[in-house]
Design a protein. Structure first.
Length: 454
């Protein structure tokens, strides 16, 4: 199959795509009302719903999910007897972090050095635009050959499970023959990649209490137990000297047998400073795709500016544990909780609260849909063949969909290649990747429809 008509149409639509992504990025849709107004997420959801209606989608709805956010749903009927494909993206984004470190405002899409910068440009507002481009190209070249459901989640980055619980309560809503999750990315720009595995995740907040109140560090320091020092010691117990994750009872020696990640490339992608070592053992692919990884993502403690000579009575930290395929996230949560309680020094009082959790995922890459995707990628990326990689991040919805629709094939593609720097400052998307992956998705939908008719 030639990709030329589809590719030409999508190329002509790229200026419109940039304008739409500019509008969508402008919404400060962080799904945490403690950081940004809820109205920003609501406005983004309305924008997505209006975009679906403009493309002829039916039954467009803002779904009020149990975590207090909204997911956007729409249905585009295809020819009689055609298979149904569910296209997924999310419109919520990570906080911008240190806005002063951005080279351009995080919520203003800015072109620089051939890339488009802005929070959510790749993860995952660009993924929604990718779906629109693919569908528009098909409509211009004979019509969309499948029935399409679109779901745009409103709280994926928070890990609060609103859409998962909504889908479980309404199992007919997202039923499909195959599902395309547009929230991962190519292994490298220009190298077409499907993601075969996702690590799961558990998020815990741990609080340590040692004193009834803060004390003067000169009068009491040296004997009175300092909660901040206790927290530092407790968090240090989660890593071995080489940086490997050490949670009691959680093995960390699984090996990855697929596409490898050369260490030099990883150091460059991760922007590791010269002379600083990587942590852990095994190959880079082992460490980021096949093994657990603990990260301390926040600590409540006095800032340096304005600090007083005091012993802290309480300290709090938030801990993320990535859970590899083959392990149960609930079991990992229990092991991490038990570890934190057991390793608290000096009899410090420990309380642990779970704030998020999602299971790891492994796709069946032998399914027929992957054959259709491989053909599409080869056509959209001339001279390249489809690669299969893992991904260290988590998309909890994948396992929910796999459990609800065990016969459905699930594919993961997207715009979050290493240069995108998702979740970091100066997130960006490659417009060339947006264009080629939109071509890929359009060709996949056509290939998949043909395979079902054969």
């Amino acid at each position: 199959m030639t990709a030329r008509p589809i590719a030409a149409t999508i190329a002509s639509l790229m200026p419109r795509a940039k304008a739409e992504l500019t509008e969508l990025v402008a919404f400060q849709s962080v799904a945490d009302p403690a950081q940004f107004p809820r109205s920003e997420c609501e406005a983004a959801a309305d924008w997505v719903a209006d975009a679906l209606r403009a493309e002829g989608f039916q039954d467009v709805a803002l779904l009020d999910t149990p975590d207090g956010t909204q997911s956007v749903y729409g249905f585009l009927p295809g020819p009689a007897g055609a298979p149904t494909v569910l296209l997924y993206a999310h419109y919520d984004v990570q906080p911008p972090l240190d806005e002063s470190a951005w080279l351009s405002p995080p919520f203003e899409l800015t072109e620089r050095d051939g890339r488009w910068y802005g929070r959510g440009a790749a993860d995952c507002k660009g993924g929604f635009i990718m779906h629109l481009l693919a569908l528009r190209a098909l409509k211009a070249d004979g019509g969309v050959p499948v029935s399409v459901k679109v779901i745009a989640e409103g709280s994926e980055e928070q890990g609060t499970g609103g859409l998962e619980r909504y889908a479980q309560a309404h199992p007919e809503l997202l039923a499909a023959d195959t599902i395309v999750i547009g929230d991962t990315g190519n292994f490298r720009v220009g190298l077409p990649t499907v993601t075969a595995t996702l690590r799961g995740m558990t998020m815990l907040r741990v609080t340590l209490d040692t004193l009834e109140g803060n004390l003067h560090s000169g009068q009491f320091g040296g004997a009175a137990p300092d909660a901040l020092a206790a927290m530092i010691q407790l968090l240090a117990s989660l890593r071995a000297e080489d940086g490997s994750t050490t949670v009691d009872g959680l093995t960390a020696d699984t090996e990855w047998d697929g596409l490898q990640y050369p260490e030099a490339e990883f150091r460059s992608d991760a922007k590791v400073l010269d002379g600083v070592e990587l942590i852990g053992t095994g190959t880079v692919a082992d460490r980021i795709w096949a093994r657990p990884a603990v990260t301390v993502i926040g600590i409540d403690c006095p800032p340096v500016v304005g600090a007083t000579p005091s012993l802290q009575a309480s300290a709090r930290a938030q801990i993320s544990l990535r859970v590899p395929p083959g392990r149960d996230a609930a079991e990992a949560t229990e092991l991490l909780t038990a570890h934190l309680v057991a390793h608290a020094p000096w009899g410090a009082r420990v309380s642990v609260e779970q704030v998020g959790r999602g299971q790891p995922f492994r796709a069946d890459t032998t399914s027929p849909a992957y054959t259709s995707m491989a053909r599409a990628m080869e056509a959209a990326y001339p001279g390249e063949t489809m690669q299969t990689s893992g991904m260290g991040g988590s998309i909890p919805l994948c396992n929910t969909l796999a459990a609800l629709y065990p016969e459905a094939e699930i594919l993961l593609i997207g715009l979050s290649e290493p240069e995108a720097q998702i979740h970091a400052v100066n997130e960006s998307v490659s417009p060339e990747e947006l264009e080629r992956l939109s071509v890929t998705e359009a060709l996949f939908l056509r290939n998949y429809a043909d395979s079902k008719r054969a």
